[in-house]
Design a protein around this ligand. Sequence first.
Ligand SMILES: Cc1cc2nc3c(=O)[nH]c(=O)nc-3n(C[C@H](O)[C@H](O)[C@H](O)COP(=O)(O)O)c2cc1C
Length: 339
Amino acid sequence: MTDISQRKADHIHLALQTEHQATESAGFDRIRFEHNCLPELHTEDIDCSTVFLKQYCSAPLMIGAMTGGCERGETINRHLAEAAEQAQIPMALGSQRAALQDAAQNKQLQNLRRWAPKAILLGNLGGTQLQQHGVELAQRAVDSVQANAMIIHLNPLQELVQPKGDRDWRGVLDAIEQCCATLSVPVIIKEVGAGIGPTAAKRLIDVGVQWIEIAGRGGTSWASIENARTDQTREQQIAAPFINWGMNSAQLIPQLRSQSQQLSLIASGGLRNGLDIARSIRLGANMSSIAQPFLAPALESTEAVIEQIEIFREQLRWAMFLTGSKNLKKLQSAPLQQN
Ligand SMILES: Cc1cc2nc3c(=O)[nH]c(=O)nc-3n(C[C@H](O)[C@H](O)[C@H](O)COP(=O)(O)O)c2cc1C
């Protein structure tokens, strides 16, 4: 197994353990809708569909980026891709860095289109890979899976905690600017669990970014996962105060929305059910993304992933019913309970 494959395998193993979820909440539990005891709706008339990247989606929910590129990677990706296709929701790929360096892995990823010929697929690379290899690598990542958009993840905390992680982050913003100007598909910038705050968002918007996925604190903790992979006591001591570093997702959504009405905003990081999706939409997100809760079903089967999607979708529909919201536009203005 290569270093990268071993790392990805460790990530999957550790991400499944609840102890590597952030101990501070994403903040969604503090957002309470005003209960509507007079919905005046039939549940059958509730429409939670949306349009994302100009394509129909059955709900404002996508499968968040999770890593392939290891022994179980192909099984996971196949189950996620088939489920995305059948349930008509988008799927974000895990980092394609390893696959682009290895012909066998690249072939595995190219198979995704066989399993999901019509689904919205989002490519994925890290900001430092873009800085090191330029737009050409991003274009190859897009072409290899005919991606509908390209996600660039920014993970400086994870890289600090990761043994041999990237420490040189100079020039990442310039690389993103170039990518937005020349890539053949839209560019989405995301974090991986520490969140994108208003100041960084402004800098991204100023260089042409139109899509941001928040990936705030409250769900999978990469500082905790990477810290568990090192046996260096000194490194663990340094990382310890940063386990809950970051900004919570529920706070960031309205902050970024008030900054720009045009920005397309994807809520993520610690969303754990369809009610959290409803809360995200109410707070100003256009779309939501959930990663870790799909990992165990993805190891099992396509049907298990579809079942998880259907549960999230039904929870969203219940929240819409109980707020009297016939569609997502109505949900955006559903009254919140005042504290
Ligand atoms: C096993 C696993 C692997 C991941 N790999 C990637 C990755 O390769 N690229 C990326 O942008 N994010 C990756 N993520 C981060 C997620 O996309 C997401 O931002 C983060 O886990 C927070 O969402 P969650 O709380 O719903 O898990 C990964 C998450 C998990 C659980």
